[in-house]
Design a protein around this ligand. Structure first.
Ligand code: NAD
Ligand code: 3PG
Length: 413
């Protein structure tokens, strides 16, 4: 279906940014310094009609992992120029729909990875020593001084599922503690240190004393750890999940903990997470002393959040002020030079045969000289950036917006 094109042109002072989930103030500072002053912040995630109302006039929307930008929500934000995920995961955004609407999505692919790796390292030691259970007993006035089920990590095996930015760092840190590291991934990966790739998930599960998950949320990772996989784990071993709540079958985990097949677990992410700090957390795991429960704070250190705020804000500013889409996760990528002394027009269109001929014919017939043109496409969408003499910019914009295949057009101020 070809929708009516949207002209999202607006002066910087008119562009509105709406930031959810307590995104660090470093993002607001960066936006303000760049001249974007219409900024609305929300301490938590919103959903339903509240979310639709909050983003109705937004040009930029910033979210973390909780706010669900579904196709319906994105369609509602008619002025939307770009989305910033102030985190790694982008599964909370319908990326295809955003692309079809001409909206690039940016994230921070590295900034919190060290924070997650450090937390997981601490959890490995705590679980292997049985500390969560002992800590809980002492809080209730008990005393359990015993070496039973308490082990050094030196010489034990760590199984990493998903050997990406986080998984590799954990592998390197765990080897420093004397652990043997094994891993699985769907891609061929360079093993760091002495880490060994395993031929299958089952092989990893049956060999590891601690299994830690670092995969993205995808259809393939949904419930990838269920009853069969938990049963395949070594008796007395441990599970850590700081990836996404959709990856582990919580009911099956509950059974494995109840039977004491697993000695313990550390869970940071959940199938349903509260919208904010004033909401109630409900989980069948709360009754287990031997489970470390954390409120999705793997990446929540000040260092990480400050850096993420600056990094993602910079990507939004660069796109908004210059047109560059480098590192967008759903969009044709274009890295652009400055357009000093010229006006820059952005044209996002359905990538169908003849569309660039239509663009250039219209500009040519209107007598507009193209100073520079940059094009990038994917299978569905094309993104062309055109620099013209400033005197001709409004005519050029009108011509571009009238191209039938247009999704969005915009002039940069
Ligand atoms: N708890 C937190 O606060 C927190 C913080 C940061 C990231 N995360 C989550 O951790 C995930 C991983 O982060 P990362 O930076 O390491 O990402 P990454 O993309 O660098 O690594 C993910 C790895 O998983 C692999 N993978 C994908 N599907 C797989 C499958 N079915 N089986 C095995 N391997 C598979 C990929 O090939 C890749 O190597 C993120 O997607 C995010 O959901 C959580
Ligand atoms: O995807 C991520 O980076 C993590 O899950 C962190 O998400 P958060 O910003 O909601 O803590």
């Amino acid at each position: 279906m070809i929708q009516k094109s949207i002209d999202s042109s607006a002066a910087k002072s008119e562009l509105q940014a709406v930031l959810f989930e307590g995104i660090h103030p470093s993002a607001v500072e960066a936006l303000e310094q760049a001249g974007y002053t219409r900024i609305v912040t929300h301490a938590k995630s919103l959903s339903g009609d509240e979310l639709l109302a909050a983003i109705a006039d937004a040009h930029f929307v910033g979210v973390r992992s909780r706010t669900q930008l579904t196709a319906e929500v994105l369609q509602h934000a008619r002025q939307l120029v770009a989305v910033g995920c102030f985190c790694i995961g982008t599964n909370q955004v319908d990326l295809k729909e955003a692309m079809r609407l001409g909206v690039p999505v940016f994230n921070a692919p590295f900034s919190n990875t060290r924070s997650v790796a450090e937390l997981v390292l601490a959890q490995i030691i705590m679980l292997m020593r049985g500390i969560p259970e002992k800590n809980a007993v002492l809080h209730r006035g008990g005393w359990v001084k015993s070496a039973a089920d308490s082990f050094e990590v030196r010489g034990k095996t760590l199984g990493i599922i998903g050997y990406g930015h986080i998984g590799t760092q954990i592998g390197v840190l765990a080897e420093q503690l004397g652990m043997r590291v094994i891993f699985t991934d769907i891609e061929a990966k360079l093993p760091l240190g002495n880490a060994q790739p395993m031929s299958s998930l089952e092989a990893l599960l049956s060999a590891a004393d601690v299994v830690t998950l670092h995969v993205p949320e995808t259809p393939q990772t949904a419930l990838m750890i269920g009853a069969a996989q938990l049963a395949a784990m070594k008796p007395g071993s441990h599970l850590i999940n700081a990836s996404r709540g959709s990856v582990v079958d919580i009911e099956a985990l509950t059974v494995a903990l109840e039977s004491r097949h697993l000695h313990g677990a550390a869970i940071d992410v959940f199938p349903i997470e509260p919208q904010g700090n004033d909401s109630v957390f409900v989980s069948p795991l709360t009754r287990f002393d031997n489970v470390i429960l954390t409120p999705h704070i793997g990446g929540s250190t000040l260092e990480a959040q400050i850096n993420i705020g600056t990094e993602v804000a910079a990507k939004l500013i660069r796109y908004s002020s210059n047109g560059s889409t480098t590192s967008a996760v759903n969009f044709p990528e274009v890295a652009l030079p400055a357009h000093t002394g010229r006006s820059r027009l952005l044209h996002i269109h359905h990538n169908v045969p003849g569309v660039m001929a239509h663009v250039n014919e219209r500009l040519s017939e209107a007598g507009i000289n193209i100073a520079a043109q940059y094009l990038s496409t994917n299978e569905e969408v094309g993104y062309v950036v055109i620099d013209v003499d400033s005197a001709a910019s409004q005519v050029a914009l009108d011509e571009l917006c009238a191209v039938p295949e247009t999704i969005r057009c915009r002039i940069l101020y």
